[in-house]
Every structure is written in C-alpha cells, then in structure tokens.
Ligand binder design. Sequence first.
Ligand code: DX5
Ligand code: ZN
Length: 219
Amino acid sequence: MKKIQISPSILSADFSQLGNEIKRLEEGGADMIHVDVMDGHFVPNLTMGPPIIKALRQYTQLPFDVHLMISPVHKYIQDYADAGADIITIHPEATEDLKNSIQYIKSLNKKVGVSLNPKTEIDLITGLLNQIDLVLIMSVNPGFGGQKFIPEVLDKIKKLKKIKDQRNLKFDIEIDGGINFDNNKLAIEAGANILVSGTTVFKNNNGNIKKNIDLLKSS
Ligand code: DX5
Ligand code: ZN
C-alpha cells in the first residue's frame, strides 16, 4: 500500500501571511502544498493565480499541487507550469478536449491530475487512466473550504481503486473536501493515498498543524 500523504490547502491559511503559512506547513510535515485556483466563473469563488504561486515558490521545496477550478483552462496551463506548479489538476468540464489538455500538461514535464466533482462519473476518464498521474476525487462541490463531506464519493474511490489494481496502474488517488479526523480513515480504506485538507489542518487543535497532519495520517 502507498504511504498516505497530506496535501494541506492554503485556502484556509492566513492570506496576509501566505509565505509564512507555507513554511509552517513544511515544518508541520506536509507532503505537498495544495493550491486552490478559482476563477469566479467555473466556481462561484475567486482566489489566486500565477503571480501569487510564483511568489510563494521560494518558500518551500515541497511540490505544489495546483488544483485549477477555472474555465476554459487549456490556455492558462502554461502560466501555471511557469509559475512553479508540480502537479496540475484540471476538471474535464473545463476543457474542450481533455485528452489534449492531459498531453499538454505532460509535455510541460508536469504531473497531470484530473478532478471529478461529486456527481461526475469515473467512466469519463477510465480510458485515459494510463496517462494520468493523479485522480482528484472531490468530496464537496468545488468552490469553498469548510464544506461538509459527501460520503457517497467513497464508492467512487473504491471503484477507481479496483480498476487501478486490476490494470496495475500507478496513479495517485487524492480526495478533496471536508476531510476530518472521522472520515480520513474511510477515505484511506476506500483507496485514497493523498488527503487534501484545509480547515482541519489549519483550524483544529488551536492551529497545531503538526498534530493535525499526524492525526490525519493515522488510520
Ligand atoms: C474546494 C477546494 C478544497 C477545499 C479543502 O473547492 O478544492 O481544496 O478548500 O478545504 P476543506 O478541507 O476545508 O474542505
Ligand atoms: Zn482543492
């Protein structure tokens, strides 16, 4: 079984202190940094873009796990690659040609992720799984931190894990949204090996990031 990794979302960080917040995450044992990019169009919220990611790059060597909730996404991919993204994750609904966008991200020597909303079926990507490094399963509807976990997505993770094992594929299964100390075990048991967490990592236990990351990893 793959080691469980935690990808804290800086959406719940203090935005006036983002550089220091990233340092705190690194010191607390984060495995990567989840950056939620929202455009106020694909999702109803607006967050940050390439200049901020570029400015943050100097604060850590940890991989930047960039979750693009923007549409149309294709023409902006290069900007995120140049800004310092290591993993670039896109939503199928945000591109006219998913296969082409996947190939494009790979051509930029970045890891490619595809994200599925709670209601999006895995059938959409089963034919592309051998080209994908990471599948991001949304366990909330994208747009905001601090939402309630949707347990129905666990079945989707189980199905995906089964396909992964049957075909002997290596992609990561990441879960994103409403992860806490109660459902982390369920997500891991279902087959997720990377947990995104914003609220739980930054707000629980009086903001003790190390403790929260350790607790999320233990199952
Ligand atoms: C939702 C984002 C998530 C979310 C995670 O659109 O993609 O990354 O902010 O935050 P919590 O853990 O607070 O649900
Ligand atoms: Zn996210």
